[in-house]
Design a protein around this ligand. Structure first.
Ligand code: GLU
Length: 318
């Protein structure tokens, strides 16, 4: 009988032997030296049942996957007024594109391109203050996982992001000229760089994602951590914008809301069914995990979890 456990084992085996693995992000040494052969996957179901495979317990730099969590906090803090400062549309551009910003008067297309995520970081710095924003972020994430203390921020990665983040500085300063960055640019960026430097394993990332699988509820505590409506909005944005200018292809191949990061992680959500995290550090041309995407594609082929499937969900194979 095919079980979810056997499916992910077969996926890991396929990925272990794949010859084409993409390219590791090389803009800072801590990312450049990650072993290209790493592969991990974790799936957490509605009943908490968890399946992990490969390097699922090894922490990695979640990078832009963190944009989902900062957006969740900013929506909680500001409500729909937030959409006056960042839009809800796919960008069709690279993650750090500047061109669109000029045409659109400093209002980024969506919260998942860098410009949009920097505005979200600015909103959190306004709300909580520079230092406290980081604490609040960890406080948001930790109750969602079984081993809370091990989720942390790699300050060395954050420092190197800052030392090399010239384009992000350009984006932030440019938006400041439109009044869409309200704090000292360095403070907003410092928080943004620390948020990108969050470190989690696939197992932890899949656990963190459970609040999006359940319509905003932390299944561990029963607490509603965000409204169901906001959780749906975030999933829609993940589907449309979660993979930069590779978002359309990801939606067609995988059919799940997902968010990638240049560390090679992807968080994907099958609403009401599962929270899935995958990690393979080699990236494709759009900066998304090459084998991570393929692994999710395989998972959905086996389980029928695509949100675009015409038939009702197939039973969760256990
Ligand atoms: N820290 C990276 C940046 O801001 C994140 C990019 C990503 O993960 O897509 O450039």
């Amino acid at each position: 009988m095919t079980t979810l456990a056997s499916i992910i084992v077969s996926i890991a085996e396929e990925m272990r032997t794949a010859s084409e693995r993409g390219t590791v992000a090389n803009y800072i040494p801590p990312l450049a030296r990650v072993d290209l052969n790493r592969f991990g996957m974790a799936v957490v179901g509605m009943d908490g049942e968890t399946h992990t495979v490969g390097d699922a317990e090894i922490p990695f730099s979640v990078q832009s996957v963190s944009k989902v969590f900062s957006l969740s906090m900013a929506l909680n803090a500001m409500g729909k007024e937030l959409w006056g400062r960042v839009r809800q549309e796919p960008s069709g551009s690279a993650f750090n594109s500047i061109i669109q910003l000029e045409n659109e008067h400093g209002i980024p297309r969506n919260p998942f391109i860098n410009a949009g995520a920097i505005v979200i970081a600015d909103i959190l710095v306004s709300r909580y203050g520079r230092e406290n924003a980081q604490t609040k972020l960890l406080e948001f994430l930790r109750p969602l996982v079984s081993d809370p203390s091990s989720i942390d921020i790699d300050t060395d990665v954050a420092r190197q992001e800052r030392e090399t983040g010239f384009r992000n500085m350009a984006l932030a300063n440019y938006m400041r000229t439109f009044g869409n960055i309200r704090n000292v640019v360095e403070d907003t960026l410092d928080f943004y760089f620390h948020q990108c430097a969050l470190t989690m394993s696939c197992h932890q990332l899949a656990q963190v994602g459970t609040y999006l699988m359940t319509g905003g509820r932390n299944p561990r505590t029963g607490e509603q951590v965000m409204s169901e409506r906001n959780a749906q909005t975030i999933l829609a944005l993940m589907m449309m914008c979660g993979h930069y200018d590779g978002s359309g292809a990801f939606a067609i191949r995988v059919g799940l809301p997902g968010k990638s990061g240049v560390g090679g992680g992807i968080l994907a959500i099958a609403p009401g069914v599962a929270s899935i995290a995958v990690w393979s550090p080699g990236l494709n041309a759009q900066g998304n995990s090459l084998l991570g995407t393929r692994a999710l594609e395989r998972l959905v082929q086996h389980t029928g979890w695509s949100v675009f499937r015409a038939n009702p969900w197939v039973a969760n194979p256990t």
